[in-house]
Design a protein around this ligand. Structure first.
Ligand code: SAH
Length: 240
């Protein structure tokens, strides 16, 4: 594991990590595109990080699947990472034991919950079921939870999406992971998601309110987890 690339949607999610690893921005990396690239060397690992940048119309971060797809293509073709890490925040389920600030690692597969195509095998294609990096050892050694990441284009959770999630056992709800995993799968690049819970979708509170309250705590938790996991890979490299 000599080259690791992080893909992060929001500046607030990525900034603590950029500071922690003392990463420098690579100027003019992607022409006029809004995505920004950062890099640093940590022990024997080259760490790259892509932030999606901001939308010219609203000034807000480019969240969601479209930007994530493009960022992942840029990440793989520019940095050729041994591992892609999608670090960020997600919604969790209280009834499945999630708490605000918990860190989850992706496992088994990554799916979509809002691509409904009820025609034979198209349904399975809609879900995606993309492979992800086997996180069992890291979860055990570092003490993180694991969950099936499930992605959609909305922050809210209508009943129909909830029903879809129940079919896949999805429980870590975000807006990018499956898009990233799709591109990663096309390139046969391994992908791991590290997500900290900003909101509990079954808490009865408005998700946006919980998100805004907890984004800074969650970003710190993600940063700590990413650092720990990079350290784990560095110690494994030493043993080889
Ligand atoms: N209100 C925020 C917008 C955040 S949108 C703002 O002030 O800019 C949600 C982002 O966090 C997405 O990138 C998504 O991946 C993640 N996320 C966190 N909780 C989520 C949830 N419950 N559902 C979907 N995405 C969530």
């Amino acid at each position: 594991m000599k080259k690791i690339c992080f893909i992060i949607a929001m500046q607030a999610e990525g900034q603590p990590l950029i500071e922690h690893f003392g990463m420098k921005q690579l100027p003019h990396c992607f022409g006029n595109l809004p995505m920004k690239a950062y890099q640093s060397q940590y022990k024997d690992i080259e760490i790259s990080l892509i932030l999606n940048g901001q939308d010219a119309q609203t000034g807000l971060d480019h969240i969601g699947c479209e930007a994530a797809t493009l960022a992942t293509h840029l990440a793989i073709t520019n940095f050729h990472p041994d591992l892609l890490i999608n670090a960020g925040t997600a919604g969790g389920f209280m009834k499945k034991g999630a708490r605000i600030g918990d860190v989850y690692l992706s496992h088994k597969y990554i799916v979509f919950h809002d691509r409904r195509v009820s025609i034979g095998a198209w349904q399975k294609m809609g879900f995606g079921y993309y492979p992800c990096f086997d996180s069992d050892t890291i979860a055990k050694v570092c003490g993180y939870k694991q969950g099936i990441c499930t992605t959609g284009s909305s922050l809210d959770l209508p009943e129909i999406d909830l029903q879809q999630m129940q079919k896949t056992e999805g429980e870590i709800k975000d807006m990018e992971a499956a898009a990233i995993a799709w591109v990663a799968d096309l390139y046969r690049a391994p992908v791991l998601c590290i997500k900290s819970i900003t909101d509990l979708v079954d808490s009865g509170r408005p998700t946006a309110e919980e998100f805004n309250e907890n984004i800074h705590l969650a970003a710190q938790k993600v940063k700590e987890a990413c650092f720990r996991i990079i350290d784990f890979f560095a110690s494994q490299n030493k043993q080889i």
